[in-house]
Design a protein around this ligand. Structure first.
Ligand code: ZN
Length: 194
């Protein structure tokens, strides 16, 4: 399996418009000069395949029974990594604000589990999945994710592997230089220019 460099992966992000440059209003209310939407790149199987290969290669010599991901963003990544490693894949989904296993999914005591996610900013969902694994007396073997937006600050206490790092630079609207230059901002997800 040939590996892409971080630069080559960033180029795929740009080509698929997963990574946009401009002036954006984020859902947090902050403004940014970049916007990233992982699903835009993972919608293409050939990109998902090659990007997830970095995670699958990293963990290929680990003893793993099952791959798990938090819904929704992680499912595409977890499914692809599990396919490449030829392991069972399950996912946890949010119910009453808490991640749970549903659909008859279960984890056996002692089962060795790799956690996958698309983007880690605070790592909240991954930490919750690790809790589910620990509560089942199973073993969290590691975490694999595509984009680290924490600049390496989020550590899960088990081996972890990200494919690329992306700086999450954003500003309060009143401190935004792009606003000061009167550049109109875009709310991603809508086509409307505000
Ligand atoms: Zn602005």
């Amino acid at each position: 399996m040939n590996h892409l460099t971080e630069e080559e992966i960033l180029n795929i992000f740009k080509k698929t418009e997963a990574l946009l440059s401009g002036h954006f209003l984020l859902t947090s209310g902050r403004h940014s000069n970049v916007y990233f939407q992982c699903a835009k790149v993972l919608q293409y199987p050939e990109h998902n395949n090659i990007i997830c290969a970095t995670i699958a290669e990293h963990y290929k010599n680990f003893e793993i029974d099952t791959v798990i991901a938090p819904a929704i963003g992680g499912i595409v990544v977890g499914q692809e990594v599990a396919r490449q490693l030829n392991k069972r894949f399950i996912f946890a989904e949010r119910e009453d604000k808490k991640l749970n296993l549903r659909r008859g999914f279960s984890i056996e005591k002692g089962e060795r589990i790799l956690v996958c996610e698309d983007v880690v900013t605070t790592g909240r969902s991954v930490f919750e999945v690790i809790d589910i694994i620990n509560q089942s007396e199973a073993v969290p073997v590691g975490v694999g994710f595509i984009v680290d937006r924490s600049k390496g600050k989020v550590q899960f206490g088990v081996p972890q592997k990200s494919v690329v790092s992306l700086d999450a630079i954003s500003y309060e609207p009143e401190d935004c230089n792009l606003c000061k230059e009167n550049i109109p901002f875009i709310k991603p997800g809508s086509r409307k220019v505000v």
